[in-house]
Every structure is written in C-alpha cells, then in structure tokens.
Design a protein around this ligand. Structure first.
Ligand SMILES: NC(=O)c1ccc[n+]([C@@H]2O[C@H](COP(=O)([O-])OP(=O)(O)OC[C@H]3O[C@@H](n4cnc5c(N)ncnc54)[C@H](OP(=O)(O)O)[C@@H]3O)[C@@H](O)[C@H]2O)c1
Length: 265
C-alpha cells in the first residue's frame, strides 16, 4: 500500500520564518495547509514552494486574530490527521501600553494566545490518540523577561513559552512533542510591522540579526528531535539565561533601554 502523505499546518506562512518552515516541510514531502492573513502573499509563497518541490499545498486565507478561526481551519482539514502544527503567525506592537491602540492589542492577544492555544487543543486529541505528532510554537527571546514599550508582545511570548513547556511535560510518553522556538532579532518583515499600527522605521540596533532560513532550519531540527525549548545562536542562548542571574527589575530596565535605543518613540 502507498504511504499516506503526512500533513502539516503552518500559520503566518506567507513570509519570513513561516515561509522558510513551510519550505522545509515541503522538502520533507508534507502535504501543506498554509494559513495567512495576506492572500496575495500566500499565493506567491505557494508558487515559490511549488517551483522547488512537488507537494500538495492548500491555502487558507484567514485572519487568525478573529474568534472561531481555529475551528474554521480545523473544519477545512475535513477530518484529515495532522502530523505537524506550526503556530508561527505573530506581530509586534511598539509603544507605551497607555498609548497603544486597544483593537490592535486585542488582535495580538487573540493571535498569540487564543489562536495558538485553540489550534493546539484541536489537533492534540488526534495526535495523542494516534501516538504521534509534532507541534512547534513560535515564541521569542522576548519570553524570558518583561519588555517595557512592547509589554504585550513580551507577555504573550512568555505565555507561549510557559504553555509549551507545561504541555510538553504533560505529553511525555504519548509520542507527541511540543517545541517552543525562541529566536532573537531575525531579518524578516516583522520589524516593519512593529509599531503602533503604522509603518515603523528600521531597527537601529543592527547587531546580532539572524537570517530567517537558518533560524527556521534550527527550529525545524529541534522540532524533529522533540526538543522543548530551542533558542537559536550562542549569544541568544546566553541572553535567554541572563535574566536568571540579575534581579528581574534590572532585566526589565535593561530591556527598556534597548527598546528606546532600537526604535523611534
Ligand atoms: N523577526 C524577528 O525578529 C522575530 C524574533 C522572534 C520571534 N519572532 C516571531 O516569529 C514569528 C514570525 O514572524 P516573522 O519574523 O517571520 O515576521 P513576518 O515576516 O512578518 O511573518 C509573519 C507572518 O504572519 C502573518 N500574520 C500576522 N498577523 C496575522 C493574522 N492575524 N492572521 C494570519 N496571519 C498573520 C503576517 O502577515 P502580514 O505580513 O500580512 O501581516 C506574516 O505573513 C512571529 O510569531 C514573531 O513574533 C520574530
């Protein structure tokens, strides 16, 4: 009997890290369900992947910050078993919490917290029943300490890290693994979107900026190995551990200085 093709869902697959992760899955012959809010970019991503790999790609044009969107994605799978779920879509908001736009704040909370959690819940039951499956949740170096001037971004990424570590522990022995990828600054469209809704200027700190292909390869490899927390790059590994050795208020003050230096206020 012909082997059934494995199925993977990638959110935020139209660009950056999501696109690179989708390419790696295509190379490994997964059937892909690619989700993104930008239909045109998503079509472009599909063409780029098909130009390199012969795999089946379904596009789901969805705003993942809307209620009930996780169920819509799950229904679109028509009962197919999901082998890999990559919760990658995300964006940043810069500014003092007192000044940021509430509707954009809610979008971020819904996207990073609710949709990540709900999609995970929806695919997990089947994975556990089959005794196999891999989930990769996209967090950030931001997860390891509070982040003044990007308070919700840092807090939601801390949620993703804590949630992923906890369920990875619960799932030990089930055949299902959960990996949380925590990149530092990476050269994608992300930095253009980090702003209070408007286009932001480029990052001012040009040091230690990673290439998305390498970050995706690192995260993909960690997911395949079932590693729980994956921080790409030795300097980022050091930075992720630093908050354990300084008082939390000092770490918080350092992040504020970095944010003030990095962007236009
Ligand atoms: N780049 C970094 O420095 C960095 C560092 C650490 C962690 N990360 C994380 O990595 C993940 C991927 O970001 P990236 O750097 O690859 O940035 P990116 O190039 O902007 O990719 C993010 C993708 O997610 C999509 N997206 C955003 N909001 C969405 C929504 N509501 N519904 C559906 N799709 C949505 C974006 O679409 P649009 O472009 O149309 O909005 C975009 O295609 C994010 O979770 C981010 O927090 C990035």
């Amino acid at each position: 009997m012909k082997n059934k093709k494995k199925i993977a869902i990638v959110t935020g697959a139209a660009s950056g890290l999501g696109f690179e992760l989708a390419l790696l899955l295509a190379k490994d012959n997964y059937e892909l369900f690619l989700v993104d809010v930008d239909a045109t970019k998503l079509e472009g991503a599909k063409k780029d992947i098909e130009a390199q790999y012969a795999t089946s790609i379904q596009l789901l044009h969805k705003d993942l910050s809307k209620p009930n969107v996780s169920e819509e994605i799950f229904l679109a799978l028509e009962g197919k078993d999901v082998d890999v779920l990559i919760n990658n879509a995300g964006f940043g908001i810069f500014g003092s919490f007192n000044d940021t736009d509430w509707l954009r704040d809610i979008s971020m909370l819904n996207l990073h917290v609710l949709t990540t959690t709900h999609l995970t819940k929806l695919v997990l039951k089947g994975m556990v029943a089959r005794g196999s499956g891999k989930i990769l949740n996209m967090s950030s170096l931001a997860a390891f300490q509070p982040g003044p001037l990007m308070s919700l971004y840092y807090a939601t990424k801390a949620y993703i890290l804590s949630f992923s570590e906890a369920i990875a522990n619960e799932l030990k022995g089930t055949g299902v693994t959960v990996t949380c990828l925590c990149p530092g600054q990476t050269k994608t469209c992300f930095q253009e979107v980090v702003s209070n809704g408007a286009k932001a200027s480029e990052n001012k700190i040009k040091f230690n900026i990673a290439c998305p292909k390498q970050v995706a390869e690192y995260g993909y490899d960690a997911m395949k190995k079932g590693k729980v927390v994956a921080v790409p790059g030795n300097f980022n590994k050091f930075l992720s551990k630093l908050p354990r050795f300084v008082p939390r208020r000092t770490a918080t003050a350092i992040i504020r200085k970095i944010q003030e230096k990095n962007r236009d206020n």
